[in-house]
Ligand binder design. Structure first.
Ligand SMILES: [Mn+2]
Length: 270
């Protein structure tokens, strides 16, 4: 029995199946924890969701920004923009309600009981300890899984950065932005949500995982969201976003062997 973490799939269904074959995934005995962004940009978002829903007893997906966006679009039920074309088959699927209900009951943070490895989509604010991170994640999980979630999703698109003393919408947005969009912070601990380049090209901002005195420093944190970082493993973090949707790789690790990535190349013709 193994538990695997898998990086950002973003609709790359064929690569996902190849990766599951590569790791000899067995639905009866193995578990999969996805780092979020299952959908959007890639060719087969609906197939990815339908497949994972069909084996949902073996799957956890920590929610990413694209997953949040899909839930928001579904609840809004309005016209979609060109950049969201790849989500259209989900929105038009007869199985839409089941898929979205499953998605919006997924966590923002998962801690593996065997290894104490933490999995999130983008990261954990360096000022947060584990108890705070769990409480903040739970706060949002409660809001988005109830019937009145529409209000939250209609106000979600802001660039609020976490700081103490925020309330209501500002606080909720800051928590979601941290877990699902954070890459860099300033010296003062303010998130910069615009910069997406790799850290070797950016001097004036600090990657969240390299922030001095990051409070969670014993548990390994596995994350995705940052394809320009690509696969990274240092003592305390593993990035699994190989940018498969951009022609890179889809990456998995067995949580009991986090230093041995298993990679499948994108099938995209470049
Ligand atoms: Mn993302």
């Amino acid at each position: 029995m193994s538990t695997y973490a898998i990086g950002d799939v973003q609709g790359c269904f064929d690569e996902l199946i190849l990766l599951l074959e590569r790791i000899n995934f067995n639905t009866a005995t193995d578990n999969l924890i996805f780092t979020g962004d299952l959908v959007n940009r890639g060719p087969d978002s609906l197939k990815v969701l339908e497949y994972l829903y069909s084996i949902n007893g073996s799957v956890i997906n920590v929610l990413g920004n694209h997953d949040f966006h899909l839930i928001a679009l579904t609840l809004k039920n309005g016209n979609i923009k060109t950049k969201d074309e790849t989500l259209k088959p989900i929105l038009e699927s007869p199985n839409k309600i089941n898929l979205i209900e499953w998605l919006r009951h997924q966590p923002l943070l998962h801690i593996d009981k065997e290894t104490n490895i933490i999995v999130v989509h983008a990261g954990i604010h360096p000022h947060w300890n584990i108890k705070q991170a769990q409480a903040y994640a739970h706060e949002i999980e409660t809001i988005i899984s109830v019937n009145q979630a529409d209000d939250f999703f209609s106000k979600m698109y802001t660039n609020e950065s976490w700081k103490k003393g925020l309330e209501d919408t500002e606080r909720h947005n800051a928590i979601v932005n941290t877990f699902t969009r954070m890459r860099y912070l300033t010296d003062d601990g303010i998130c910069d949500f615009k910069q997406k380049n790799s850290p070797d090209k950016v001097n004036h901002l600090i990657p969240w995982y390299a922030y001095p005195e990051r409070r969670i420093n014993k548990n390994l944190i596995v994350f995705g969201h940052w394809s320009t970082v690509n696969y990274l493993h240092d003592q305390r973090v593993v990035c699994l976003d190989g940018g498969c949707v951009w022609g890179g790789q889809l990456i998995a690790i067995d949580l009991s062997k986090p230093n041995l990535p298993i990679k499948v190349d994108s099938l995209k013709l470049i």
